[in-house]
Design a protein around this ligand. Structure first.
Ligand SMILES: *Cc1c(COP(=O)(O)O)cnc(C)c1O
Length: 422
């Protein structure tokens, strides 16, 4: 399937007049339509809620769009909690799925009335030392071992730092009950970016069986099960995308098979998707500013890994469209690179693309999640602006680009920006 950008060359030329490249741009229409489809997929479950994983795209304007579509916010740090508060998302609209959590962050979540998801058994008493244990609370489960989903997708929870063992989660529930908790939830995140409809149903089966076991052994009231994130998107153009309706239906079938016969038909399903909610609806738009011919052919662009780290960090594939050359033959072999003094600063390696001229605009696809948010300031590179292509076709700046002044702000050491001595 061809990947078609949601902006045209003419639109980008117009945008670049007031907001120079590079920038991230998001597609409001795509975000809303997808969020509605997610809701529909789980509409069989009256208590269903998607808590958007804020770390994927922590911009309050985008969070607000998702909140309008019925999402809560899944946070894992103080500033993410503050972002949720800033958009008016508090109480049970917040899920706090953190790990190695500092005391002040639990306290902040407690003040906001958010749902707390504990990553470790020791955090039960850590939390009890900070506040009254909330009536409704959840714990993160790690089954250990190696998980295989389908078509070779696997991960290694036994090697992951998250969650509690089977015995520990039971112990945590007993202790939480002693401390006053009344409603319990189970959370788990086993595999990232699963491009298969089997992952959630497979995880749901494990968690539902555990819930039945815990109910029988301990007798606590389990009211929600959180399937967390991990639903992937097709970064490659020939990958079959997930069918969220089929995924929802797969979870429903396991629910009917395991929970309902055990008298647990009041359990709400929660999800914490980040990537699936946002990744396809973001582009990084960048301009070709140099070409270089040595042992390979290089196109140098004005974005770099500081704007999108996934290729450098994971060797991740991000599709590239050269705007205005959508139908041109891909008959040139390029490495598309940024300017960092790091040889892994490449958006594409050995990629067949149309002939690129200096000045061409390139769309780097699927940057709407874990894109801007993983940005950093290496080499003194600055974070770009974020723009929103609104449903009416107009473009709104939802975060300005950083300036050198922002870079200097934390040390204030320059005649121009004021010095530490002042
Ligand atoms: C990162 C994360 C998510 C979101 O993961 P995606 O792969 O973006 O769906 C959800 N929950 C927790 C606890 C996470 O750390």
């Amino acid at each position: 399937m061809a990947k078609i950008p949601f902006v045209t060359k003419d639109q980008v030329i117009e945008i670049a007049k007031t907001c120079p490249t590079p920038f991230h741009i998001y597609d409001e229409k795509g975000i809303r339509e997808n969020a509605r489809l997610v809701r529909k997929a789980f509409s069989w479950n009256p208590g269903y809620r998607e808590y958007f994983a804020v770390k994927a795209t922590p911009n309050p304007y985008l969070m607000k769009i998702l909140a309008e579509e019925g999402c809560g916010m899944d946070c894992s740090s103080l500033t993410e909690l503050m972002l949720s508060e800033a958009i008016g998302c508090t109480g049970e609209n917040i899920m706090f799925s953190s790990n190695v959590t500092p005391a002040e962050e639990y306290v902040k979540c407690g003040e906001l009335g958010g749902l707390i998801n504990l990553d470790d058994l020791t955090h039960v008493d850590f939390l009890a030392g900070l506040m009254e244990i909330p009536k409704k609370i959840s714990c993160r489960f790690n089954p250990g071992g190696v998980v295989t989903v389908s078509n070779g997708i696997m991960d290694n929870p036994g090697d992951a730092k998250y969650g509690m063992t089977r015995d520990q989660i039971k112990e945590a529930f007993r202790r939480l009950r002693e401390l006053g908790a009344e409603e319990f939830g189970i959370h788990s995140f086993l595999v990232s970016n699963t491009v298969t409809n089997d992952y959630y149903p497979m995880l749901a089966k494990q968690l539902f069986e555990l819930a039945v076991e815990i109910k029988e052994e301990i007798g606590v009231h389990i009211t929600f099960i959180n399937l967390s994130g991990g639903v992937g998107i097709p970064y490659l153009p020939d990958q079959e995308p997930n069918d969220i309706l089929a995924i929802g239906e797969g979870v429903r079938r396991v629910y009917e098979e395991i929970l309902v016969p055990n008298g647990m038909d009041d359990v709400a399903i929660y999800t914490e998707m980040g990537r699936f909610m946002m990744a396809p609806y973001g582009h990084l738009v960048t301009q070709a500013i140099h070409e270089k011919h040595i042992y390979k052919e290089y196109i140098g662009v004005d974005a770099c890994a500081a704007n999108l780290m996934r290729p450098a960090m994971y060797g991740a594939y991000h599709h590239i469209t050269v705007l205005g050359k959508e139908d041109a033959p891909c008959d040139h072999l390029y490495d598309v690179t940024g300017s960092l003094c790091e040889n892994n600063d490449k958006f594409a390696i050995d990629r067949m693309l149309p002939k690129i001229e200096k000045g061409d605009y390139l769309v780097i696809h699927d940057t709407g999640a874990h894109g801007f948010s993983m940005g950093y300031n290496y080499n003194g590179r600055l974070r770009s602006a974020e723009l929103l292509l609104q449903e009416d076709g107009s473009v709104k700046m939802i975060r300005r680009a950083e300036t050198p002044k922002d870079y200097f702000a934390t040390f204030d050491f320059s005649p121009e920006y004021g010095s530490l001595a002042e």
